[in-house]
Design a protein around this ligand. Structure first.
Ligand code: ADE
Length: 237
């Protein structure tokens, strides 16, 4: 079973999100083992401080190395191994579907959520395997990014979704955006469901969906569309 540990100053915030919906259900069923660890429990400071002013001056505070390192060592002991360690930061490599697939195959993951102006570089050098960003914008902390990462990874672990087809068809899995979906009723506010979807003709439906995927990707994400068509060409060669 995959084990994920999240080091954070806001474990309740993470716990709330991770207890709901599909991830919450998978945890209750014992399919994935996720827990949040309070970094503040690992400081030796009598005021429970975990940050200090930056050497060299400048704005804000920097998270100290020692509490994060102590927290990491405690998690290593508890897991009885050295987990794959990720630091959430806007400086990291961008999270993509293929990165999520890669991480879903790991056995144990430790995620560090930063706050303030960052984390002392020395603890990053010592324990972090990779730094990941969820996009080119800056958030107040690493908690939301860690939750995004966990959601994208955990849903691909065996048994979390009802079947792998649940994600093999969706946006980004094959490099294209997903086709539009419809459900009952057949006519809503004067708009009918595309008739091919009612035809029961599986090949025509698959062709129509693929065509729609191509159209929407070309329109919204020319970058992905170009990648997809280039890959088709090289695959044919
Ligand atoms: N921490 C703050 N902003 C972030 C981002 N965009 N991605 C990952 N971690 C972050």
């Amino acid at each position: 079973m995959m084990r994920i540990r999240v080091a954070t100053l806001f474990p309740e915030m993470c716990e709330t999100v991770l207890s709901e919906s599909i991830i919450g259900r998978a945890r209750k069923k014992g399919i994935i083992d996720i827990s949040c660890v309070q970094i503040r429990d690992y400081t030796e400071d009598k005021h429970r401080r975990v940050d200090d002013i930056p050497y060299g001056g400048g704005m804000g505070m920097v998270m100290q190395a020692e509490p994060i390192y102590n927290c990491y060592k405690s998690v290593c002991e508890q897991l009885n191994c050295k987990p794959h360690t990720i630091y959430m930061t806007p400086k990291g490599i961008p999270l993509t579907q293929s990165k999520a697939v890669e991480l879903s195959r790991k056995k144990d993951i430790f995620i560090i959520c930063g706050h303030y102006e960052g984390v002392d570089q020395r603890v990053i050098n010592k324990i972090v395997d990779e730094e990941i960003s969820i996009g080119d914008y800056v958030l107040t902390g690493g908690e939301l990014p860690a939750l995004v990462l966990i959601d994208s990874v955990a849903r691909m672990c065996d048994g979390v979704l009802s079947s792998p087809e649940c994600f093999e068809d969706e946006s980004h899995f094959n490099g294209l955006l997903e086709y539009p979906q419809y459900t009952r009723p057949e006519i809503w506010e004067n708009e009918a469901v595309p008739s091919v979807l009612l035809s029961g003709h599986h090949k025509n439906i698959a062709d129509w969906r693929h065509q729609k995927s191509l159209e929407i990707t070309k329109e919204r994400r020319p970058d992905l569309y170009e990648k997809y068509t280039k890959k088709l060409l090289t695959d044919k060669k």
